[in-house]
Design a protein around this ligand. Structure first.
Ligand code: ATP
Ligand code: MG
Length: 353
């Protein structure tokens, strides 16, 4: 039983009383059927953006995505996104469509959505609308493209990452045909903007099933992060942006981690927080052997201008944290980021304690 909150029901009935067919659609219907609290209730309506705005003279209406037909109603219960039904226009460069055409038909609007479980709509009187078997896939725990998966990934390669993201968020598997199309389309991922990749991967990494998704779909993640040669084994860290990204990148040299984060258009503050945390995390066994190889080419821990004893005098406690701190210094020196001088290393170690 789906029960949208009162203010959502009011918006729907107001639009319908003016003659505009209106539904709840997408992730909120999926989450409600899964008995999860939807993060937001998105509304899909036949009304054009200006028509929607005109229905709510008493509310502030923001044109948050006028090009895509989205307006945000600022209600006393919080912001609500109302999007005009649409059919996507031509796609270009495996990214978002160049134009959208509005539609008066909810089924057309559901047909342009990515996965069957996201292509559901609900109306308080008309009930559930499920033209693509989304409910059955919800029960089976499957992510299946709406329509031909090769074509849908070719239209928008972000959907490949979204499949892995929803797998992590919902604990679902990618359906066989959809997965094989995704793996055949991995080359398209490089055409995506860094920003969209960052947003999807961050959601993936912070989801409860992130570890499982990384294990199941490493090729998808590696296609989005070609700087990595393999994925480190999962590590228990809080499900937040900085620790999760640091754990993923913890075998990277600081410079290459920074380059990757810049490419994904992370804000500078997050780049420094993530790279700083990377230096504090112990290397994985794979990472350690990688670094040992680097060491044989040059420096080893013994060549550092400071010793474990020096760090203990700074206030570090003996134990694994001390080893990690020394490794962090070595990484900094190997990458050229730190000078191998007593002064530079001690001041760095003191700052990062
Ligand atoms: P979340 O709870 O994480 O917000 P969501 O399902 O609402 O999950 P969104 O990214 O907010 O996901 O997208 C909202 C809806 O828009 C999706 O459920 C899907 O129907 C549709 N959608 C979003 N991005 C795409 C895309 N790239 N291609 C096709 N449909 C999409
Ligand atoms: Mg959403």
């Amino acid at each position: 039983k789906i029960s949208p909150p009162g203010h959502i029901l009011e918006i729907i009935s107001r639009l319908e009383s003016r003659g505009f067919e209106t539904w709840c659609a997408g992730g909120c219907v999926r989450d409600a059927l899964l008995l999860r609290e939807p993060s937001d209730w998105d509304i899909a309506t036949a009304a054009l953006p200006q028509e929607t705005a005109a229905c709510f003279p008493g509310l502030r209406v923001l044109e948050t995505g006028a090009a895509h037909g989205t307006v945000t109603l600022i209600t006393p219960k919080g912001p609500v996104e109302v999007t005009t039904l649409r059919v996507d226009g031509e796609y270009t460069g495996h990214r978002r469509p160049i134009g959208v055409s509005f539609s008066r038909n909810i089924k057309e609007d559901l047909a342009r959505r990515d996965f069957t479980v996201n292509a559901l709509a609900y109306h308080p009187e008309r009930g559930l609308l499920d033209p693509f078997g989304g409910q059955e896939d919800l029960h089976r725990g499957l992510l299946r493209c709406v329509g031909d998966p090769m074509r849908r990934f070719d239209e928008d390669a972000l959907r490949i990452l979204r499949a892995a993201r929803f797998s992590a968020a919902l604990g679902f598997e990618i359906e066989k045909g959809t997965l094989s199309a995704a793996l055949d389309s991995l080359g398209l991922i490089k055409s995506l903007s860094g920003e969209r990749v960052r947003q999807e991967l961050t959601k993936l990494l912070c989801a409860p099933g992130a570890g499982t998704a990384l294990k199941r779909y490493p090729r998808i993640i590696l296609a989005a992060l070609p700087e990595l040669s393999s994925l480190p084994s999962p590590q228990e860290v809080p499900p937040e942006l900085v620790p999760r990204w640091a754990a993923l990148l913890r075998d990277c040299a600081p410079d290459s981690a920074r380059g990757l984060l810049r490419r994904l258009r992370f804000p500078n503050r997050e780049i420094s927080e993530i790279t700083r945390l990377i230096r504090q995390l112990p290397l994985t066994p794979q990472g350690l052997s990688l670094w040992k190889r680097l060491e044989t080419a040059g420096l080893t821990l013994k060549d550092l201008a400071v010793s474990g004893g020096d760090l203990i005098s700074l206030g570090y406690s003996p134990g694994p944290g001390l080893g990690a701190a020394l490794e962090g210094l070595l990484r900094g020196v190997l990458s050229g980021e730190l000078q191998n001088s007593r002064e530079a290393l001690l001041s760095h170690a003191a700052k990062n304690m």
